[in-house]
Design a protein around this ligand. Structure first.
Ligand code: NAP
Length: 281
């Protein structure tokens, strides 16, 4: 039997409608500043999409593009300017940054209240403490898609492959929060027997950035499989999951493209709205 397809595009469009409705009810226009450094085509395409999304829901897009030769001090100065700008509710610095620029320093310079990527240590700290704050977009998007499809999380075993601060680790924190209540295992490149871990999972999240890493042998029959991976190949975008084989054994699966990616983008809009509202309380 073939797995149910979890349609990230569809859920993302619902999220966008919700944000658009909320924004239309505000007596101000939230602003999202995007900062793009260098000429990486993938980064340009991601930022174009994020700006378009923002405009579609009524969020003002404020864009800054800098050369790959920009000095760290100039980038720091731009972040300071955006932190001080009353029209800017959210600041997104597109990663990765070109060599010679330190992403950690830049992220830490962003006012945590405007950190709509949820990657500032302050916001990650709040998340670790299970307190309210801006949370990273990809984990939030995954939680939303599970919720939309009524996939139970409480009490179930989730294996997250990947432990990055962008995806795996914050997702594991959210899933293991009181009230969410999954039993979580984080696997990584040093995990001794990956398949032995993943075949235990009721929900398997692949966030390794390794195309085709997860095959049918890694999946428990009927499990939900969330494919976060995005790798560019000659054949186009591919995930970490060997879709063709896994779709036959999983109970539900997100496709690549059209799964987690659109959800990540949609949650950026949610975070921008939240940041705007929180700044005006
Ligand atoms: P990352 O920082 O490179 O982290 C990858 C993680 O996967 C690491 O923890 C690594 O283990 C682990 N890993 C790598 N190969 C593995 C293997 N063979 N077996 C087990 N674990 C393995 O990457 P990331 O930023 O988290 O991103 C992961 C993937 O998600 C990438 O493809 C990225 O493009 C994609 N992504 C997609 C979205 C979206 O919206 N769809 C958003 C963000 C990221 P170690 O810690 O031991 O090195």
């Amino acid at each position: 039997m073939s797995a149910r397809i979890l349609d990230g595009k569809l859920v993302a469009s619902r999220v966008k409608e919700e944000v658009a409705t909320a924004v239309a009810g505000l007596d101000y226009i939230p602003g999202l500043a995007t900062v793009l450094v260098g000429d990486d085509p993938a980064s340009h395409s991601y930022v174009r999409g994020k700006r378009r999304d923002a405009e579609q829901v009524g969020i003002r897009s404020i864009h800054h593009e800098l050369s790959h030769t920009v000095a760290q001090s100039a980038l720091d100065a731009l972040i300071d300017e955006l932190n001080a700008d009353e029209e800017v509710d959210g600041i997104l610095v597109q990663l990765p940054l070109p060599d010679g620029l330190d992403a950690e320093t830049i992220i830490e310079r962003i006012n945590p209240a405007k950190d709509v990527d949820g990657l500032h240590p302050h916001n990650l700290g709040l998340l670790a403490l299970s307190r309210r704050g801006l949370r990273p977009c990809t984990p939030s998007g995954i939680m939303r898609i599970l919720d939309e499809y009524d996939i139970a999380v409480s009490g179930v075993k989730v294996v997250v492959v990947g432990r990055s601060f962008l995806v795996g680790r914050p997702l594991a924190l959210i899933l293991s929060e009181k009230g969410v209540d999954a039993t979580v295992t984080m696997a990584h490149s040093r995990t001794r027997d990956l398949a032995a871990e993943t075949t235990e999972a009721d929900i398997l999240v692949a966030a390794a950035g390794s195309p085709g890493l997860i095959t049918a042998e890694h999946v428990k029959p009927g499990a939900t499989v969330i494919d976060v991976g995005v790798s560019r190949t000659d054949g186009g975008l591919v995930g970490d999951v060997d879709f063709e084989s896994v779709v036959e054994i999983a109970g539900a699966i997100t496709p690549v493209p059209g799964g987690v990616g659109p959800m990540t983008r949609a949650m950026l809009l949610v975070n921008t709205l939240r940041a705007a509202e929180a700044r005006r309380i």
